[in-house]
Design a binder for this molecule. Structure first.
Ligand SMILES: [Zn+2]
Ligand SMILES: [Zn+2]
Length: 207
């Protein structure tokens, strides 16, 4: 029996937005994690030791944290990291970063939940279908490797292709309206951002 968790309702809400719902789920998770991190973890000695063991954060997550701001939080963390580096610059550190490891776990749970809801809930599939939601290519490919249920993969492909065809129609309309003969026809709200959405869908960009 399907258990409708918070993720279920989050996904239904994300179907109303423009981007891949799994990308949105990930982006929100990361923002929330970084928020909490600066609020709760910066002054935690054990946490700072864990971060030192990794030698800091990977480039992607360091940028995400930098974009968040917080001069004091960064100063505490990076004073600790630079002091450690000055003392032990030869010491081998753990691969990746703390957020990489936690993110891997979180992503697996987002993907698994999506697949379960898509399999078990007609309401979920119907919403996905009628909101013209598209999954990004990387997330769709991972989902397909996570199940051996061919009927489920076919259903996913069917809805995805239908919705991608709609995305393609929007791009065709942009191309047409850029022609001087039709230049008095304005782009619709959906068409105005369709080209950016197309890039995100193909590359799996979640920001
Ligand atoms: Zn995605
Ligand atoms: Zn990382």
């Amino acid at each position: 029996m399907l258990y409708k968790t918070q993720k279920y309702y989050d996904y239904l809400e994300y179907f109303e937005q423009d981007d891949c719902p799994i990308c949105i789920m990930h982006k929100n998770w990361l923002n929330k994690f970084i928020d909490n991190f600066f609020y709760e973890c910066v002054n935690d000695r054990k946490m700072r030791k864990i971060i030192r063991d990794y030698g800091g954060f990977c480039k992607e997550h360091a940028i995400a944290m930098l974009n968040h701001g917080d001069p004091l939080g960064h100063s505490i963390i990076y004073a600790d990291l630079i002091t450690d580096y000055l003392k032990n610059s030869d010491k081998k550190k753990k691969q990746g970063c703390l957020i990489c490891d936690l993110e891997k776990e979180a992503n697996e749970s987002f993907l698994k939940a999506f697949l379960d809801f898509f399999k078990e809930s007609d309401e979920f599939v119907q919403k996905f279908d009628e909101t013209n939601t598209c999954l990004c290519k990387p997330h769709l490919n991972i989902l397909k490797t996570m199940t051996k249920d061919n009927a489920l993969i076919e259903k996913l492909d069917y809805v995805q292709k239908k919705n991608l065809t709609h995305a393609l129609e929007c791009l065709d309309e942009i191309k047409r309206k850029f022609d001087y003969r039709f230049k008095e026809e304005a782009l619709t709200k959906e068409e105005r951002t369709a080209w950016q959405r197309a890039v995100k869908l193909m590359a799996g960009i979640d920001r």
